[in-house]
Ligand binder design. Structure first.
Ligand code: 13P
Ligand code: SF4
Length: 352
């Protein structure tokens, strides 16, 4: 079993043996059994910056999902190797935009005569190929903690934004933070000819949103918000911007995982919160703040199944392989892709 004390002891021993040679990064959605071994925890923005902060570590063990490990490989030195304890830890949202589909979309924008005025903004939750596409076309990466600054920057560079792959983060940021209307946004569906859009619709739009979403945050809906408000009078609803627009509109506060953690740290004892994000994080926060009432926004159980693939047995296996002198599950991005993806990531890190 995952909580097996033997596994805890083995992870501790292997980590101790590796010392400064290993640096373990843990995303907030990871299981408690894994998070306890992370040298740093964070949201995807913090982890991208932290990955660079230990140049002396030979191995970066990334407890998160594939696109995060790719970004860590791009941002760290060539000498450092990034290990993902389970290669099946992908992200369904990142998989919703492939390089071929995005190249086809760019052709559609070119045919509509607008490609010159479009700046791509890719959410961190995308493959290295999509980040490289963004870098090649002068765009930037963003995360849920800096999406507003990324859009402000992008609209200084061009007239339109192609936002990949999360339509909800794109729409929520455009409407809530940039003062755009829903009519300024169109959705590009990669499974339809011309994205399901006419050339006029593309020309009139300010935000071209890729039709991608997070299957975890997509489960919350307006009923979840109404139901919790009825059940817990005085509750503050706090949600992640990957939630649907109707949920974000109905919520009291909206922000990245790091923002959610800080908001609950600062909350008054006795205050009541319904949190709309991944369940490992919400349960950990509820445990950390017994003086506050913190509940999950929905009645259903809602883990990110791919994040959850990184469990203690996989972590122990990866660490013990490193101790034995083998480097398992190395994530590498080819140099050409890495070069352009890094340009887009560096643009994000340089945002004001
Ligand atoms: P943040 O870590 O940027 O809040 O994103 C949440 C997420 O879905 C990561 O996969
Ligand atoms: Fe992807 Fe959503 Fe899981 Fe994050 S929570 S890794 S966006 S599926």
């Amino acid at each position: 079993p995952a909580s097996d004390p033997d596994l805890v002891a083995r992870a501790r021993a292997a980590k101790e043996q590796l010392g400064d040679r290993v640096f373990i990064l843990g995303h907030h959605y990871q299981r408690d059994e894994v998070i306890q071994f992370a040298d740093v925890t964070g949201d995807s923005f913090k982890l991208a910056r932290d990955a660079e902060s230990r140049p002396q570590a030979e191995y970066i063990v990334f407890c998160g999902v594939h696109f995060m490990a790719e970004s860590a490989d791009i941002l760290t030195t060539d000498r450092q190797q990034v290990v993902l304890p389970d290669l099946a830890a992908g992200c369904s949202m990142a998989d919703m935009a492939t390089a071929e589909q995005v190249a086809e979309c760019w052709d559609v924008l070119t045919d509509a005569g607008v490609a010159d005025t479009v700046v791509p903004v890719a959410y961190m939750n995308s493959s290295a190929d999509i980040k490289a596409f963004t870098g090649r076309h002068g765009g930037t990466i963003c995360t849920s903690s800096n999406a507003k600054r990324a859009l402000e920057w992008a609209f200084e560079q061009g007239e339109k934004v192609l936002f990949l792959p999360d339509q909800h983060l794109g729409r929520n940021t455009a409407v809530r933070d940039m003062g755009l209307s829903l009519d300024d946004c169109v959705v590009y569906n990669p499974h339809k000819p011309n994205g399901g859009l006419t050339a006029d619709q593309i020309r009139d739009a300010k935000m071209i949103l890729w039709r991608g979403h997070c299957s975890v945050h997509g489960r919350f809906n307006l009923d979840s918000v109404n139901e919790v408000r009825e059940r817990i009078p005085g509750v503050t609803v706090l949600v992640h911007p990957e939630c649907k627009h109707e949920v974000v509109e109905a919520a009291d506060m909206v922000g990245s995982t790091e923002y959610i953690i800080k908001a609950l740290d600062a909350a008054e004892p006795g205050s009541k919160w319904a949190v709309g994000t991944e369940l490992n994080l919400v349960r950990r926060l509820a445990k950390a703040h017994p003086d506050k009432e913190i509940v999950f926004l929905d009645r259903t159980v809602c883990f990110c199944s791919t994040m959850n693939r990184i469990d203690l047995p996989h972590l122990v296996w990866a660490l013990e392989e490193l101790v034995a002198g083998r480097v398992p599950n190395v994530i590498t991005v080819d140099p050409d892709t890495a070069k352009y993806a890094k340009a887009a990531l560096d643009q994000m890190l340089a945002l004001p």
